[in-house]
Structures are given as C-alpha cells and as structure tokens.
Design a protein. Structure first.
Lengths: 127, 146
C-alpha cells in the first residue's frame, strides 16, 4: 500500500469504530494548481474533512452503512471505516481558493498555487 | 467455499467462514511475495432467504460504463475506469488509482432471477439486489403429529 507522508493526528470526529483506510490518490501538477483525486467510495459527505494547516494537508471521511440488515455476509472484501490521508505540499498553496468536489465516490481537490506577486521596484531616497 | 459445520451444533457457522475468508485475505496481503494490488472493484456479497445483495466499490466509474451480467448464480461485472480529466498540461506526481478496463466474476450461493435484478449507484458504490426465484426460496415445512 502507498506510504503515509507525515504523521498527522487525524481530525477528532473520524475516530469512530472500524478500521482506517488509506485512500489511493492520484496527484497531478499543472502550471497553476495541484490537483488530487482520492478514492473514497461510500463516504458520508457530511463526514468529509479537508484541512490545510500551513503546508500540511489532511483529509478524512467516514464510510458507513454498507452492510444491509438481516443478511449474512458471504464474501467480504471491503468494510465500513475511516478514510485518512495526509500530505505535505511542496509549493505555496492559496488556502482561500482550495476547491473540493465529492462526486461518485471520488474526492477531487484543486489546490491553486499562489500567484507570485510581480517584482517590486523600491525607490531609493537620497538623504 | 468449503462448508464448515461446527462440531457441537447442527447449524453451519457462517461467522467461521467469514473469519476464515478474512484470515486468508490477511495472509495473502501480508505475504512478502504479494506484489499485486487488491482487485478492482472490491466486492461484498450478502445472502438471505429471499435475495442476495452484491455491493461493489467503483468510485469514479459512471454507471453507463458498467456492464453487469447475471446468469443463474453467476454475476459478472465489467467496466472501464477512465482517468479523471485534468485541464491543461499536467505532470503526474503520483498515480495509485487503477485505470482501464476491469472484469470480475462472483459466484453466488444460489441461483437468482436475472429478470428481477435491480441496480443502484450511490457515492461510488454499486448495489445489486438479486432476488431468488419464488420456486427456489426456502419453505417452512410443517411437521404433523402422527
């Protein structure tokens, strides 16, 4: 399985029952942004949490309710549990403009890079 | 799957079967020879007297890309997961998600009525309801004193 990049403490509300899974992630970088796609099938949209603290990005979610009541499990490959992943970002990211979309079990994050301000010319006063 | 009967009772112990299946999976993943990823999609199956329920984790796959076939007691799930579109030129730093075609076949513990199968797709999880034909359902047998 892929490695965890940092040892971030997870958000408090995902410490529920069930195992913790590491969602597989694709990371792309364009000129203006970093784009991430995380597989979080069955995640409850209310439980999705994406937090950026300085350069540490942490994502967590809970998936519940996959087992129907009153039926015996015959074959089990996935379970309800928590999704957690943390990353340390290399570029400066504009945290005000982070865009997160959850669709069809995939969390798409767009992290725009801070546009560097143009070089400032400083006038020198001669005293 | 091999049927296992608990030594003392008369009932097949399904919990035992599940535990054994999970142990086998854990052993498979823990083995140093294991170089493959888990299969895509991951599938769970539940069964009851009236129907079987199959759930498959297919995040990022649109329902029209799924090809579901049901024949007697065999369910085949085929499809294709396209990579997510990224605007403009992009460098890939990490690609852990599987892309491309996938196919999995699951054998159910009983035959189901293919005409009555219903499918739902929610938050990346496909849920199939596979009802048993009425004639196949278990019946209560009345015992007469005589």
């Amino acid at each position: 399985m892929a490695q965890q990049m940092t040892s971030m403490s997870p958000a408090a509300h995902t410490n529920g029952e069930g195992p913790t899974f590491v969602p597989p992630t694709d990371i792309f970088e364009t000129k203006d942004a970093i784009i991430m796609h995380l597989d979080v099938p069955g995640a409850d949209p209310e439980s999705l949490d994406v937090t950026l603290e300085k350069r540490d990005l942490s994502i967590s979610a809970r998936s519940t309710g996959s087992a129907p009541e009153g039926y015996a499990a015959i074959h089990a490959e996935f379970r309800d549990g928590n999704y957690e992943r943390a990353f340390t970002l290399s570029d400066q990211i504009d945290s005000e403009r982070i865009d997160a979309v959850f669709k069809d079990g995939v969390l798409r994050l767009t992290l725009p890079k801070i546009t560097p301000s143009p070089a400032k010319k400083i006038t020198v006063k001669s005293a | 799957m091999m049927r296992e009967y608990a030594a003392e009772g008369r009932w097949p112990d399904l919990f035992h079967q599940i535990r054994r299946a999970q142990d086998e999976m854990n052993r498979l993943f823990a083995s140093p020879r294991f170089a493959l990823r888990p299969e895509f999609p991951q599938i769970n199956v539940w069964a009851g007297a009236d129907k079987a329920i199959l759930k498959a984790e297919v995040p990022g796959v649109s329902p029209d890309q799924l090809d579901i076939t049901v024949h007697q007691d065999i369910v085949t799930l085929r499809g294709k997961r396209d990579p997510e579109k990224v605007d403009g030129e992009a460098i890939a730093h990490r690609q852990e998600r599987m892309h491309g075609p996938f196919a999995r076949t699951i054998v159910l513990p009983f035959r189901v009525d293919a005409d009555k199968v219903s499918a739902r797709f929610d938050r990346g999880v496909l849920a199939l309801e596979l009802p048993r034909p009425a004639a196949d359902r278990p019946r209560q047998i009345k015992v007469a004193r005589g």
